[in-house]
Design a protein around this ligand. Structure first.
Ligand code: HEC
Ligand code: HEC
Ligand code: HEC
Ligand code: HEC
Ligand code: HEC
Ligand code: HEC
Ligand code: HEC
Ligand code: HEC
Length: 491
């Protein structure tokens, strides 16, 4: 009982704070859940769950107790209740409950967040079966690694056993694009850890860094290296992460986090749970493309690369009606609306200029000619159609999937070490000193030289490779070294 009266005291204190907050934030408000306390949630029957679990699982109970849900009377039963038709339901102390609480369950009260996330790349993150990465994981690696590796980031397809509970092979899992027993996709808990479900926690960069990390997408490392990351850590106590609406340039100024740029609000831009909305390139494939976004009336959406035919609002696409088309320029200007909370136009334009130039350099000088040669090798039968059974395929894979992505990600979010040393430096080294030698090995010197003549030679950036380094350039470097380190410094 003592425990529950604590919950009530908290509720009262918070209710008072809530009134104070309302009075000071008229005009700009955070998104409120749909429904009413006591009517749409707070079923008194749920008290039984609370009382028993407070002693059974005190850690879980206290996190819930301190959450907004606990304080506003959203109880265990409101989230864990299961209908008779839910295949993940089971009888439990007189109630039908389910362990899985899917985005669809959350949408009973948070429909805006659900709708925004539902069509996005995040909720589709579990659809990775038909990818090179998956072939690599399943076959070259092994299924156990896919399960405890890939699926923990991307999301597993949850299977339900005969007891109505998720199978141990597929759960625990809170991957971003989890495929849920009720057919909904994604996992809200991927970012809002249970049972606090806090937006303050979701705004921290580490939340995203669980998945956006590592050799093929080092966004957290890039961010940590950037001035933004440095300032976030230095001034984290000024970030007002607990603020209700958290508008950049109004509620905080010290630095942006991942959420600031990809999800949260600025004076010129509303918040969104669709992380793709403010992106103008896709940096994931071997060759990057600028992407337009098409949204449909069934909640789905898809990217259309620049240059391909773009439907109009009202057109039929994939069995649904187009409700909105965002060009890549519009997506970019949404991002710029965030930057503009803290920067002048010149900084934003300059940033995008430097970023675009890196993507173009990577695309034009390295990715396109190598991809063209790989296609020729496959067509001529010099290599098999099967991926990953030849060394040259691994070399190219690492050039685009690891090093080339790092370069592009570094440039997109101001991480210079990733743009160069972990990025284009590696791309260049492996192009000239792994890819080309291996090409000569598999195709023979004469055919390799023909292919290089056709695909590499016309590109000015490769002149140094074919004609040697320019004498004046070498002389300039020699002089520079001698001035700094003495005669004979450059051997
Ligand atoms: C009389 C005590 C009691 C009541 C009432 C009760 N539970 Fe439980 N519940 C338990 C115990 C004990 C476990 C197992 C805990 C463990 O393994 O640590 C459990 C497990 C669970 C699980 C996980 C099931 C699993 O197999 O892993 C969920 C979800 C759950 N309870 C939700 C609820 C909800 C929702 C309610 C109210 C509708 C509720 N419980 C009511 C005692 C209770
Ligand atoms: C806002 C919705 C929400 C509320 C309220 C809520 N839960 Fe949960 N609970 C979840 C989610 C989400 C999960 C993760 C399950 C999944 O993977 O989908 C979870 C998982 C669990 C689990 C199994 C995993 C574990 O960590 O042991 C238990 C047991 C559980 N909840 C019990 C409770 C109890 C007891 C209460 C009330 C004190 C409660 N929940 C309140 C959403 C909620
Ligand atoms: C039955 C209704 C209901 C359900 C179901 C529900 N919520 Fe909530 N949620 C609320 C209410 C009420 C609040 C408090 C809002 C307020 O007071 O402004 C809230 C607040 C929140 C907040 C803000 C909390 C904070 O500390 O910043 C988050 C995040 C959230 N919910 C996520 C979820 C997620 C994720 C799920 C599903 C696992 C979920 N909710 C399920 C009603 C619900
Ligand atoms: C640490 C978490 C993590 C692990 C482990 C992981 N991924 Fe990913 N994966 C991501 C993230 C994050 C992205 C998106 C990166 C970006 O947008 O730059 C991604 C991107 C992808 C893509 C590209 C999707 C697209 O739309 O182009 C595929 C395919 C993929 N992963 C498959 C896999 C497979 C298969 C495995 C295991 C063999 C795996 N991933 C392991 C986090 C992970
Ligand atoms: C990629 C991480 C991520 C995922 C996944 C995610 N959220 Fe959030 N959520 C956030 C962030 C970040 C915020 C704070 C946004 C802001 O600053 O305006 C937030 C805020 C919220 C809020 C508070 C809104 C407000 O204006 O007060 C609710 C409610 C919420 N999320 C519900 C959900 C639900 C429901 C889902 C699943 C459908 C979900 N979230 C999935 C990151 C996430
Ligand atoms: C200062 C704003 C800013 C911050 C902070 C920021 N990003 Fe980004 N992010 C960008 C911009 C700008 C792009 C490139 C957008 C474009 O394509 O036009 C981008 C691109 C991305 C992409 C797309 C990559 C791809 O493969 O297509 C991902 C994923 C991403 N960011 C995740 C993150 C994560 C995770 C964090 C935090 C660790 C973060 N971002 C921090 C601005 C930011
Ligand atoms: C549990 C893992 C996970 C977490 C946590 C996560 N992401 Fe992602 N994210 C992914 C995966 C996987 C993809 C690629 C999905 C795909 O394209 O199939 C992705 C894609 C993205 C994209 C590219 C979207 C697009 O349309 O191209 C952005 C931007 C992004 N995430 C930002 C964030 C931010 C910001 C956060 C934290 C607030 C975050 N993510 C948290 C796994 C995660
Ligand atoms: C919440 C405020 C905030 C937001 C939003 C923000 N920045 Fe910053 N940014 C800063 C601060 C503060 C600095 C540090 C200024 C310095 O370099 O001394 C900074 C530094 C930079 C720098 C380095 C400048 C230099 O002189 O080294 C660049 C480039 C940059 N930001 C670009 C962007 C872009 C592009 C966006 C949007 C995608 C953005 N910023 C969003 C606050 C912000």
């Amino acid at each position: 009982m003592g425990i529950r009266s604590t919950a009530r005291r908290h509720a009262l204190a918070l209710a008072l704070l809530g009134v104070a907050a309302l009075l000071t934030t008229i005009g700009a408000h955070a998104e409120r859940p749909v429904g009413k306390a006591g009517k749409d949630w707070g079923d008194p029957a749920g008290e039984a769950c609370v009382t028993c679990h407070a002693s059974q699982n005190p850690g879980l109970y206290w996190e819930w107790n301190r959450s907004q849900h606990g304080q506003r009377g959203v109880n265990c039963l409101d989230c864990h209740r299961a209908d008779a038709k839910d295949k993940d339901g089971f009888q439990h102390h007189g109630f039908r409950v389910s362990i899985i609480v899917s985005p669809k369950d959350c949408s009973r009260c948070h429909v805006k967040e659900f709708d925004e996330m539902d069509g996005s790349h995040h909720s589709k993150g579990g659809e990775i079966l038909a990818s090179l990465d998956n072939l690599l994981g399943e076959v070259v690696g092994g299924p156990a690694a896919v399960n405890a590796g890939c699926h923990q980031c991307h999301g597993a397809e949850i299977e339900i056993g005969t007891d109505g509970k998720p199978t141990p092979q597929t759960w625990p899992n809170t991957g971003i694009g989890r495929i849920n027993p009720d057919g909904s996709k994604g996992s809200c808990t991927a970012c809002h850890a249970r049972h606090r479900f806090s937006k303050a926690q979701a705004r921290t960069p580490d939340t995203c860094g669980k998945c956006h990390v590592g050799p093929d997408h080092p966004q957290i490392e890039v961010y940590n290296e950037s001035k933004h990351g440095i300032l976030y850590r230095a001034k984290v106590d000024e970030m007002q992460l607990d603020s209700d609406k958290w508008v950049a340039g109004v509620d905080y100024f010290a630095a942006p986090t991942c959420a600031t740029c990809h999800m949260s609000a600025s004076p010129g831009e509303g918040p969104t749970h669709n992380v793709g909305e403010r992106i103008s390139w896709t940096l994931r494939p071997a060759i990057s493309k600028r992407i337009n976004l098409v949204k449909l009336d069934n909640g789905d959406e898809f990217d259309v690369p620049e240059g391909e035919p773009l439907p109009k609002v009202g057109d039929k696409q994939k069995g649904a009606k187009v409700t909105e088309v965002l060009s890549w320029e519009q997506r970019r200007s949404k991002m710029a609306n965030i930057c503009r909370a803290c920067h002048t136009a010149g900084v934003v334009e300059g940033h995008y200029r430097q970023f675009d130039d890196v993507v173009d350099l990577y695309n034009e000088k390295f990715a396109k000619p190598i991809a063209a040669i790989m296609a020729d090798l496959e067509k001529s039968g010099t290599i098999t159609k099967a991926p990953f059974d030849e060394k040259i395929e691994w070399i190219w894979w690492e050039i685009w999937h690891h090093e080339g992505r790092r370069a592009r990600h570094g440039a997109s979010m101001s991480g210079p070490d990733y743009t160069w040393w972990h990025g284009l430096y590696e791309v260049a080294k492996h192009t000239y000193f792994e890819f080309i030698p291996e090409l000569k090995e598999v195709a023979g010197a004469a055919e390799a030289n023909r292919l290089l003549g056709e695909h590499f030679k016309p590109i000015a950036g490769h002149d140094w490779y074919f004609s040697g380094l320019n004498k004046d350039q070498i002389e300039k470097v020699r002089k520079g070294y001698e001035e700094r380190y003495g005669k004979g410094a450059l051997k």
